[in-house]
Write a protein that binds this ligand. Structure first.
Ligand code: ADP
Ligand code: ZN
Ligand code: ZN
Length: 700
């Protein structure tokens, strides 16, 4: 009896073959019955591709001409579990991409290239399911940790652990995992972190606790071979714990029982290309789907999660668990605001901050300075004719990097040597404007030249940012220098504010955080507050020193809400005021948003493509009462240029859609997609390069 199979394969985004493809299959005598989730190889054009069986029909579809046979069943591999298929399908629908694209992106790249023989060989190399050897004992929990863990045990969740930095959240995650693994010999857990490279300590900690043969990692820094190995270990059930970045949300885990999302507020949980999924949001969905417990944790939760964890009587759906105290009675640092209005013009480091840094160094303590701009100066400038180091391909300035004397565009990557004289007028006196981490490092070295460490040696300054850590292993080396105490002052971008357990840092300073206060992005204050709280959390990790630890903020707006709340370490107050503002303005989490984006050769084409789609939809609604009803609930704003309008000679435009109803927004997006496909062929849109949809965008 022949079968007809709907199969997910990799198809180019926005190709007309967006959905599943149908193939035929004639089972051989004695062949095991096919089930959805089976991996197969199928012909497409002249290629032979990996596919996942999505549905199986024993009756022929309406049209059968041209249907081809699948070329092989990869029967060596257990089929993907049904909830995995459902997760992929949900993600594809919700984020407006094809099932095939999401499914293939969710599988390790090497799997696509292996034939049956190669696969069999890989599988033979798999270790057997890990025996339950003893897990290393955990710490004895503090009362607040014990209370959190017992709620996690007793209730279904999802949970949001709102715990100060250093309050012992990680220990609670690990013991929750431990409980699950002990209760069920097959159980698996997924622990997600924003960026593994930034927190190698966590990986070590998990492996020490559970044993190297039970833990696998999944992140983009791994080789394709390593990724395949981890994936197979998880898929076969041999790995009991997957520790990974956002991509790990799609790991095949047949016995998943617990998902942890550490630092759940972190923007890197949102994928920024292809299907623009939020791994945190998918974790909630997947937990419900598989009846796995979900634990989110943060010292500065996303306002979405904070809102969802309001009391159940007010409609909250998550269980909020409070862990306010730092382990070992460590105190949070004292926050000091320096009013830069009272400092001499062009001051980089105010006198009191400089004095504080100096005395810390003389006592053998470490300081950390944050400046969210890498390079030496954001712009190079000619005072004579007004020339600025604009990127010829982007609507942005090229950044001056003094160390290698280059001008680099941080958007398209264009790099040139710094001109000797102004390219426009020949003036040889061109100067940097503004300040980046390179310049701060240089400036500090001058200011601290006369200062000595307790051992009599000169001050050591280290910069950590995307430039200093370009080469493999550089970050690890640099972090080790901080931990060992070789370094006295650490200068860096937000990269250094996250996650690290620096025990000797007693002073953290934000040099110029004001930009974020007046951004057009409504999430900028939330992100700044989280960054500063995280940074403050780096100070005084060692309880012995925490009483004297300080967080400094240099600002022209010392009375701003963000800094006032920071001063009190009062996230709940900050969140409450932000949520009120957002509710009044109809912004998330009070509403839902999506962005349509178009890239084109001209700004006009990009915008008119988006506007035309919106108009076509409104036109349809005139004859379609149901759609008219849905459209009533969704605001479609006019297309506008993106804030960085041109990148690498591509003009970019966006259109915002907003609705109090997630469902209505989804319906509109689903209807817009075919309209955009249809109008794309029109001659007026010849210059269109691509379009994309970003559902629940993180920045608008
Ligand atoms: P968080 O994840 O909230 O920042 P961690 O779990 O990393 O906090 O804990 C901070 C520090 O306190 C770590 O060095 C950890 O080993 C230690 N710690 C955590 N829980 C305990 C405990 N119950 N007893 C002793 N030390 C603990
Ligand atoms: Zn000039
Ligand atoms: Zn550029």
């Amino acid at each position: 009896m022949p079968l007809w199979l709907d199969i997910a394969v990799q198809t180019p985004a926005h190709s007309q073959i967006g959905g599943l493809l149908t193939y035929t299959h004639m089972p051989a005598p004695g062949e095991q019955a096919l089930v959805p989730g089976t991996l197969v190889r199928v012909p497409l054009g002249s290629r032979d591709l990996l596919g996942v069986v999505w549905a199986i029909h024993s009756t022929a579809p309406a049209r059968t001409e041209g249907l081809r046979e699948i070329s092989a069943v990869l029967s060596e591999l257990p089929p993907l579990p049904a909830p995995w298929l459902q997760l992929v399908q949900f993600a594809a629908h919700y984020y407006q991409r094809s099932v095939g694209e999401v499914a293939m992106a969710a599988l390790p790249p090497q799997l696509r290239d292996l034939n049956s023989t190669q696969l069999t060989r890989r599988l033979r190399k798999q270790p057997p399911a890990a025996a339950d050897e003893a897990t290393a004992p955990g710490q004895i929990l503090s009362p607040q940790q014990a209370a959190a863990l017992s709620e996690i045990t007793a209730l279904p969740g999802p949970f949001l652990i709102f715990g100060a930095t250093g309050s012992g959240k990680t220990e609670v995650y690990l013991q929750a995992v431990q409980q699950q693994l002990q209760a069920d010999p097959l159980a698996q857990a997924l622990i997600m972190v924003p960026e593994i490279n930034l927190t190698p300590q966590l990986e070590t900690r998990v492996i020490e606790r559970f044993g190297a043969d039970r833990v696998v990692s999944m992140h983009s820094g791994m080789t394709p071979a390593q990724r395949l190995k981890s994936w197979l270990a998880a898929h076969s059930g041999a790995a009991r714990i997957v520790l990974g970045t956002r991509m790990a949300i799609f790991a095949s885990l047949p016995h998943l029982q617990l998902i942890v999302v550490d630092e759940e507020h972190d923007p890197s949980y949102k994928q920024q290309e292809g299907a623009r999924y939020s791994a945190r949001d998918l974790a909630i969905y997947r937990g419900r789907l598989e009846q796995a417990k979900v634990i989110l944790g943060s010292a500065t939760p996303s306002l979405e999660s904070w809102y969802h964890s309001r009391p159940a009587s007010e409609g909250g759906r998550y269980q909020r668990l409070l862990m306010p105290a730092r382990i070992g009675q460590g105190q949070l640092p004292w926050v000091r605001r320096v009013d830069m209005n009272n400092q001499p013009r062009k001051t980089v480091l105010s006198a009191p901050l400089l004095a504080a840094i100096q005395s810390r160094i003389e006592r053998g303590e470490q300081c950390m300075l944050l400046l969210n701009r890498r390079g030496y100066a954001p712009v190079l400038h000619c005072a004579d004719c007004g020339w600025k180091s604009e990127c010829p391909h982007c609507s942005a300035f090229r950044v001056f990097h003094k160390l290698d004397r280059t001008l680099r565009c941080h958007h398209c990557g264009l790099t040139d040597r710094v001109p000797r004289a102004c390219p426009a007028c020949g003036n040889s006196d061109i100067a940097p404007m503004g300040r980046g981490t390179e310049q701060l490092e240089e400036h500090l070295a001058e200011l601290l030249a006369h200062v000595h460490r307790p051992d009599g040696q000169a001050v050591r300054i280290l910069r950590i940012d995307a430039d200093s850590t370009k080469h493999k292993g550089a970050l690890e080396t640099q972090l080790a220098q901080v931990h060992s105490g070789e370094v006295d002052v650490l200068v860096g971008t937000q990269m250094i504010a996250k996650g690290h357990d620096f025990r000797r840092i007693t002073l953290v300073a934000a040099i110029n955080p004001d930009n974020a206060l007046f951004s057009s992005d409504f999430r900028a204050p939330e992100r700044l507050f989280a960054l500063l709280m995280q940074a403050a959390g780096r100070a005084g990790r060692d309880a012995g020193q925490s009483a004297q630890s300080e967080m400094w903020v240099q600002t022209f707006h010392p009375a701003h809400d963000v800094f006032a709340a920071l001063k009190q370490h009062d996230y709940p107050a900050f969140a409450a005021s932000q949520l009120t503002e957002r509710a009044q303005a109809g912004l998330p989490p009070s509403s839902f948003q999506a962005l349509l984006r178009a890239d084109a050769k001209s700004q006009d084409v990009a915008q008119s493509f988006l506007n035309a789609a919106a108009q076509a939809l409104q036109g349809q609604a005139e004859h379609d009462l149901a759609m008219a009803d849905v459209l009533q609930q969704v605001s479609l704003f006019s297309a506008v240029p993106m804030s960085i309008q041109r990148v690498a000679n591509v003009e970019r435009a966006q259109m915002l859609l907003e609705s109090p109803s997630r469902m209505a927004l989804q319906k509109v997006l689903a209807r817009l997609q075919p309209l955009m496909h249809a109008q794309r062929a029109g001659p007026e849109f010849k210059g269109l390069i691509r379009w994309l949809v970003d559902v629940d965008p993180l920045s608008i």
